[in-house]
Design a protein around this ligand. Sequence first.
Ligand code: EPU
Length: 336
Amino acid sequence: MIIKENISLLSYNTFGIDAKADYFIEYSSVEELQTALQSEIVKSNRLLHIGGGSNLLFMKDFNGVILHSAINFIKKVSEDADTVMLEAGAVVNWDDFVAYTVENGWGGVENLSLIPGEVGASAVQNIGAYGVEVQDVITEVNAVEIETGETKNFLVEDCQYGYRESIFKKELKGRYIITSVVFKLQKQPDFKLNYQHLEAEVLKNGDINLQNIRKTIIAVRESKLPDPKIFGNAGSFFMNPVISKAHFNELLVQYPQMPHYFVSDTEEKVPAGWLIDQCGWKGKQIGNAGVHDKQALVLVNKGGATGAEIVYLAEQIQASVKSKFGIELRAEVNYI
Ligand code: EPU
């Protein structure tokens, strides 16, 4: 177990905010985590567990303990003629996991290539892209209860998954730490290429297979999303809002070109990026915080931005989307 004091969090958040934490504890096994949870430092301080830091915005220094997993393994749990079950430790880099599955010819997560973050956070956030959500392939989530230190196994049906939503963000928020996740992958992949022009893009790279899908998705993401090593960012800053059909129909009269996704007979989802773009924010900057010039859903640190500067920009955007479309945007990023 590694314990550090008064450390900079600069390398632990993809926004590149230079906040500090009083304590930082990194554990490399379930047992070490259980020991850490019983320690005086953890019991007497505020606690924040972080993953790859790709969904966090530090607004000031963190007075308390940051916990981080070093549980790093991928193992085959079982397999049959059609499927392979893999268990991955919480700290495994998400895209390394995707690369491993694609190299082995196992399908299911190729559309989720290049999403930043770690395996543990993927199961909290229910990461999704290009028509796939991680809940489609998760079968089990292993966790430790913070208060008691007891281990608990959640089946996917216990996790209450929804769009960027799970039980770990709702009633169990702050109560469990995910230590590993079990995934079910397909030996004869069922490719999901319905999202926008994905199939045509893949065909430009050759045949439809796992490698080409991964390659295409990486190219699409790289063309739209800024590299956090150059401009700090946390991917989509806001969630795509789900609005009532009545509201949607009213807007459609005024904006017939508005992109949208079917949710149910009573609700429709609209891309936040399009709404923000329509309000004229793409490429705009206030102080050191900016709106990415190729995808308005992404806010970027133009260099030395504070968390407060990013939030100020986010609030201005929320206000203009509210006034133009009557829609409240919700941040996907967590303000700390
Ligand atoms: N659009 C614009 N202007 C913009 C951005 C988007 O007009 O500045 C339009 C696009 O032309 C398109 C529509 O909005 O018609 C949707 O855009 P895009 O395909 O880029 O996807 P998105 O809905 O903005 C979501 C996810 C992304 C994910 C992509 C691909 C959320 C909040 N975001 O973005 O996830 O990669 O779909 O599936 O659901 C993330 O969560 O960090 C993330 C990047």
